[in-house]
Ligand binder design. Sequence first.
Ligand code: C5P
Length: 328
Amino acid sequence: MREQVRVRVPAKVNAQLAVGGARPDGFHDLANVFLAVGLYDEVTVAPGPVGEGPVITCTGPDAAQVPLDATNLAARAALALAARHGLAADVRIHIAKDIPVAGGMAGGSADGAGALLACDTLWGLGTPRDELLAICADLGSDVPFSLLGGAALGTGRGERLTALPVGGTFHWVFAVAEEGLSTPRVFQEFDRLSAGTRIPAPTADPALLAALRDGDAPALAKTLANDLQRAALTLRPSLRRTLDTGTEAGALAALVSGSGPTTAFLTRDAPAAHRVAEALRTSGTCRTARVAASPALGAVVLSDDTAGPGPADAGAERSAVMDGPLPA
Ligand code: C5P
């Protein structure tokens, strides 16, 4: 058996998040245009003590906020894969966390997808991609996209993916808030704010899909939309100042990322992104600001041999999921 497997997995931003009414199962139907962005967690798995199940460790600026018990999506991914194959999930999982925690950038989902691919490789299972995506969907609505990466339209509760073409690189800034927001709480607030109104079925905006396909940042800026933004701003009114700061510093557009509280700023090019990030950092309206480009690859095995941890881009990269058509 291999000694360890290291997987790199990206954050996401929602270029469009159209939200329908609450469903009987409590989820909401979505038209969710996901873009993977180049901020990454690394998940390393290695055989662990027999009979103990997954043992999680985490490092990084937000590590103290990451649960290390069985509620962590990385642990749940290992357990789900092991159960499917009648194996014991006796595995050490180390998360090198760089994606903001509870930030609306799918950091927890990234760790779930990363651990799944890493365990599949460690245990030599070669689980078909469609099966991995199905396990991801059981773990959470955003987890399949973390595995897939690139750009995709998510329908249903966001887990049914169709890959989208992207014709260029988009440059973003992400302002990280002092404190996270709970996704269920933001959806509840959406329900409260929309009570008594007729909510149309969520659909992807053709103009936004065309802007992505053309790699046209100014056109994408005009179409970015997040139906959860009002709810996130109601729960965290101070985010309005963060959004205004980025816009005043020259961002083409500003919006809340997913359920927030991270705010996302689309810029014309990389130098503009650095200027906006610097303005945000010195504004006192956020904890920090990060620059990242999209699209980014999904979960990728960085090293599946006996080597110890190395630089993020070391080793032969292998994406398990980028080939072939996607399930509808
Ligand atoms: O699927 P996931 O566990 O990530 O969802 C977290 C929570 O976000 C759900 O329990 C639900 O409250 C809310 N949610 C929703 N509709 C979706 C996705 C998530 O209401 N499509």
